[in-house]
Design a protein around this ligand. Structure first.
Ligand code: SF4
Length: 315
């Protein structure tokens, strides 16, 4: 099956996934990859499926979803490998747009130094680029790229793409304990993101079994610090840490609202007080959540912050 879902996606609402790359052909072999180690390392785009076959499969799923009144917000290229390795990606995006739905591509961005790849991606309405590191050595350790790839050209390609792209550009930075979570490294990543100016920059952590057992999420304190460092330079920052609840939806339930907000943004003490006041609630709600281990309190630069406890954090 090439098309799957629709599945709920924090970033894209209801997303119908498109798997245009067989497992697992990629330009990277990230230490945290939930698909395991890369079987076939490639950098040369080629054809994997007939574009018509992809179109038919997606169209069939869209019809099925309509029949059962399922909404679809995006058709999303999120394959078992790197989607821009598909030489027909641009044409497929064009074909799929005839279905009247928005198209998204989640790419590691490693081939964006190529003009044809930038051109293909320009057809999509939403593009997510991976920016785990801006330092050659760290990038090699975390993403384990194909030996011919060069980080400097990739970063230049991203900036060039951002300059001409008219859709919604977002980035994702996966934090791995002891590899890319130092203050100095995050400061550099933040500087690059500030130049790239994505509509939103997401920080994420490995929440599913990674390719390498030792690839672990940083501590909650480190994740919070990362958020503070990057958000000082990048306006639209969010966590993407495995919580798939109804973030930001107003449920009228103070506890649920508080947990969904802090899953995405840690809240300062003052903001939390204000929130409680508006909701007609008081601090015992917060204390209850802390006591039940759902919310954690931490300090950063003399200020108190509150963030949702990570469900999937392993010991
Ligand atoms: S780029 Fe994506 S698919 Fe490729 S190894 Fe990294 S996480 Fe896995």
């Amino acid at each position: 099956m090439i098309a799957f879902g629709p599945v709920p996606s924090r970033r894209l609402g209801r997303s119908l996934g498109i798997n245009n790359i067989p497992p697992k052909v990629c330009t990277y072999s990230c230490v945290y990859c939930q698909l395991g180690r890369t079987i076939e390392m490639q950098v040369e785009p080629r054809a994997f499926y007939e574009p018509q076959e992809i179109w038919q499969d997606v169209q069939h799923k869209v019809e099925k979803a309509k029949e059962v009144r399922e909404t679809i917000d995006y058709l999303t290229f999120v394959p078992d490998g790197e989607p821009t390795l598909d030489v027909n990606l641009g044409y497929e995006i064009e074909l799929l747009k005839s279905l009247g739905l928005r198209v998204a591509v989640i790419t590691n961005g490693s081939l964006i130094w190529r003009e044809d790849v930038r051109e293909d991606l320009r057809g999509a309405d939403w593009v997510s680029l991976k920016v785990d590191s801006t330092q050659e050595e760290v990038w090699r350790r975390i993403n384990r790229p194909h030996r011919t790839l060069q980080l400097a050209s990739i970063l230049d390609g991203m900036l060039e793409f951002a300059g001409v792209y008219s859709g919604e550009l977002v980035t994702e930075t996966m934090l791995v304990e002891g590899i890319n979570d130092s203050d100095e490294h995050l400061g550099e990543v933040a500087d690059f993101l500030a130049r790239l100016r994505p509509a939103r920059a997401y920080l994420s952590i490995p929440t599913r079994p990674p390719a390498e057992e030792w690839a672990r999420p940083p501590s909650e304190q480190a994740i919070n610090r990362a958020y503070q460092i990057v958000s000082e330079r990048v306006d639209q920052m969010e966590y993407l840490i495995g919580y798939e609840g109804n973030a930001f939806a107003f449920t009228g339930n103070v506890e649920e609202d508080l947990l969904s907000i802090t899953a995405v943004h840690p809240m300062r003490e003052e903001a939390l007080s204000e929130f409680l006041m508006r909701a007609g609630a008081d601090w015992p709600v917060v204390q209850g959540l802390i006591a039940r281990g759902q919310l954690i309190e931490m300090e950063y630069e003399g200020r108190k912050f509150y963030m949702r406890k990570l469900r999937s954090r392993r010991a």
